[in-house]
Design a protein around this ligand. Structure first.
Ligand code: 5GP
Length: 180
């Protein structure tokens, strides 16, 4: 494989990712034991995280997906969120856990939480694999967080830049020149 010069420092190695996903799944399995759990994966960035996380759970659960617009091919969040694909089924009375790839400004998640809360789930929590420091900008708490990472634009393990790099097994920084 040729080395991609746009890829910088590796922020989370593949084995650390896999270990943390197992830990999060063990925690969620304990917390939701005996409850009717519905995972909501946020497309497309959370695809690998949802898949690995769901397989690591020791409790029964269902999964549904939503697709929302985020950065397009730029690297800054606009705060304007659009639903590109809605859930297949109603969530009223269900215990819902949103499975997100990354929380940056938190604006996308804030929108999603408001939108889903309006559908009257029994409970609504967030499991985010990666969290950047600026997410404190809006006051929201993800109950489960995989890793706190620096404020850099990262790709891999589902995260893209202009649809590239999703399949990398680790999370790495994309160099500035690649995002200009
Ligand atoms: P927020 O609204 O929290 O600023 O942005 C959330 C969304 O922006 C994420 O779901 C993700 O799609 C995208 N995003 C935020 N930070 C990054 C990043 O470092 N790399 C990539 N590839 N996407 C990001």
């Amino acid at each position: 494989m040729t080395q991609d010069l746009n890829l910088g420092e590796v922020i989370v190695e593949s084995d650390a990712l896999q270990r943390r996903v197992q830990e999060l799944a063990a925690e969620v399995s304990r917390d939701y034991a005996g409850r009717d759990l519905l995972l909501i994966g946020v497309l497309k960035g959370a695809i690998f995280f949802v898949a690995d996380f769901m397989r690591a759970l020791s409790i029964e659960c269902e999964v549904d997906f939503m697709a929302i617009s985020s950065y397009g091919s730029s690297t800054k969040s606009s705060g304007v969120v659009r639903i590109l694909k809605d859930l297949d089924a109603a969530i009223e009375g269900r215990h819902v856990l949103i499975v997100e790839d990354i929380v940056d400004s938190g604006l996308t998640l804030q929108y999603l939480l408001r939108n889903l809360a309006g559908r009257k789930p029994a409970s609504l929590e967030v499991c985010a694999l990666l969290r950047k420091p600026v997410s404190r900008e809006v006051d929201l708490e993800a109950r489960y967080v995989g890793f706190d990472i620096p404020d850099r634009f990262v790709v891999g393990y589902g995260l893209d830049h202009a649809e590239r790099y999703r399949a990398l097994p680790y999370v790495a920084v994309l160099t500035e020149s690649a995002t200009e």
